[in-house]
Design a protein. Structure first.
Length: 271
């Protein structure tokens, strides 16, 4: 899955999941081919746009929570395209000194991200596979920006459900959590059918089928599994909850798919 830094220019005639997500969020870094597929997705799963918006809103709240806990460094795994209230925008609005290392395996997301971040000395993007943490953590865009001795927020928002093996997910979380200093944090969101809303379950299953057909299968995990794979993290209140309910003061604009959110402090023994 890894994409080397010297990868050829991406084929822009093919739709990109990162650009589709950007379109669903109302961003401008997408093309006609992406919008066409996005409209097809919305026909099958009407809640896809509202879920993307709710997921991005959760990311913003998670970033602010990590800032409140003293993190001024962020490692964003599976970051996509950093637009529409991206991590560096949110973090640096609060503290201009905040540093953000974006990591993604999609060459389209990486290429566009480099354009978006051009001229920034406090935000980088790295082409790497999050399932190879040694490669991620040693990459110049990560190791050259983030101080491993400082508290760091590791973000894995709507990405770990693309990793098939539960034990691997647990190991990855443990490895990334142990890479940085005391006071580090972890934030994630993850697809699930272990929810009480039948409509959300049906929509999530529909999205899983679309993902399978696209060659990027989703592994939907129940709450018990999610608690087990995040054993290295002590959750902040309100714990593992729907993305629309994690410290959300305003109603979510519409129906969302099954998606759980968690933000927590890295346990000392995990470092």
């Amino acid at each position: 899955m890894s994409v080397p830094e010297s990868a050829d220019e991406p084929d822009l005639s093919l739709p990109s999941s990162a650009r589709i997500y950007d379109f669903l969020l109302g961003g401008g870094h997408n093309f006609a081919v992406d919008r066409q597929l996005a409209e097809r997705i919305l026909q099958v799963v009407p809640a896809a746009r509202d879920t993307a918006v709710a997921n991005r809103a959760f990311l913003g709240r998670a970033v602010r929570a990590c800032l409140d806990r003293g993190c001024r460094q962020f490692l964003d795994l599976g970051s996509g395209i950093p637009t529409v209230e991206a991590v560096h925008e949110t973090a640096q609005r609060y503290d201009p000194s905040a540093r953000v290392a974006y990591v993604d395996t999609d060459p389209v997301a990486v290429a566009i991200s480099r354009d978006v971040l051009a001229g920034s000395d406090r935000a980088t993007v790295t082409a790497a596979d999050l399932t190879d943490p040694d490669a991620v953590l040693s990459a110049p865009g990560v190791a050259g920006l983030l101080d491993p001795a400082e508290p760091t927020a590791v973000l894995a928002v709507s990405v770990l459900h693309y990793v098939a093996d539960d034990d691997l997910v647990a190991r990855l979380i443990g490895r990334y959590c142990s890479a940085f200093g005391p006071g580090s944090m972890m934030a994630l969101s993850h697809g699930s059918t272990d929810v009480d809303d039948p409509a959300a379950v049906a929509g999530t299953v529909g999205m899983q089928q679309l993902a399978r057909d696209s060659g990027h299968p989703l592994v939907l995990r129940d709450r018990g599994v999610l608690r087990r794979v995040t054993a290295a993290v002590d959750p902040l209140e309100p714990g593992l909850v729907d993305i629309s309910r994690w410290r959300c003061d305003e109603p979510v604009p519409g129906p969302v798919l099954g998606m759980y959110a968690l933000v927590g402090a890295v346990r000392a023994q995990s470092r």
